[in-house]
Ligand binder design. Structure first.
Ligand code: PCA
Length: 215
């Protein structure tokens, strides 16, 4: 049976209920278009994540690897275009580590581009009534690191990408005035399902529609 790997993260800093971890839990064991989904919740730990993602890719041999993480303040789910070979942590990981300007992989290139058809996924979201966009930076923290490692370790025609999701409504009530943007877990789960199914079915180059940014 063909398989798909969807990862989310556990708690870190002030993110106690990380929606990305909940998405991975919900999708673990699900079927998407005849593919079995393996959902894994990763610790926000710069050392542990290497072993876990390497082992998962090796044992699951997924057709698609979708890394998800929360990015409070983002207005909608965002498909990341690029993973940088940089770890420059704005907050410590769960073990208290704060790497500054260190490589993710000393034997890797400066960056990898996503291999998901990100424009086609945004189009699928739009058709389903879910707003979303292409983002040109995944940051320099654990999500970027895990996206980079998944690209670095996946061989052949595997589709690898990363989605940053907004905060959930409940914590967003507490953050800021006006409050930080939020979306429900059901909509976020559907967005990830659509990203997986579009990535499985899309053939050929990505859609030629704009999705860039001036800065
Ligand atoms: N978001 C962080 C790490 C874990 C998560 O959910 C990030 O964007 O790097």
């Amino acid at each position: 049976m063909n398989r798909v790997l969807v990862t989310g993260f556990g708690a870190y800093a002030e993110e106690v209920d990380n929606p990305s971890g909940e998405i991975a839990r919900r999708l673990d064991g699900a079927q998407i278009d005849g593919h079995n989904v393996v959902g894994r919740v990763l610790p926000v730990d710069t050392v542990a994540v290497r072993e876990i993602i390497a082992e998962a890719i090796e044992s699951i041999q997924p057709k698609v690897v979708l890394v998800t993480g929360v990015a409070p303040g983002r207005p909608a789910p965002a498909l990341e275009r690029v993973a940088l070979n940089v770890r420059d942590f704005p907050v410590p990981d769960v073990a208290g580590r704060v790497p500054i300007d260190e490589a993710v992989a000393t034997d890797g290139p400066a960056a990898y581009l996503t291999t998901l058809p990100v424009k086609a996924v945004v189009e699928a979201w739009r058709t389903a009534g879910i707003p979303g966009y292409v983002s040109n930076t995944a940051g320099t923290y654990l999500c970027n690191q895990t996206f980079y490692l998944a690209r670095h370790l996946s061989k052949g025609s595997v589709r690898v990408g990363m989605i940053h999701v907004p905060a959930l409504p409940a914590p967003a009530v507490e953050i800021g005035d006006p409050p930080t943007p939020s979306m429900s877990i059901d909509v976020l789960e559907e967005a990830v399902r659509l990203a997986v199914s579009t990535s499985l079915h899309h053939v050929g180059p990505d859609l030629r529609v704009g999705g860039g940014a001036i800065s």
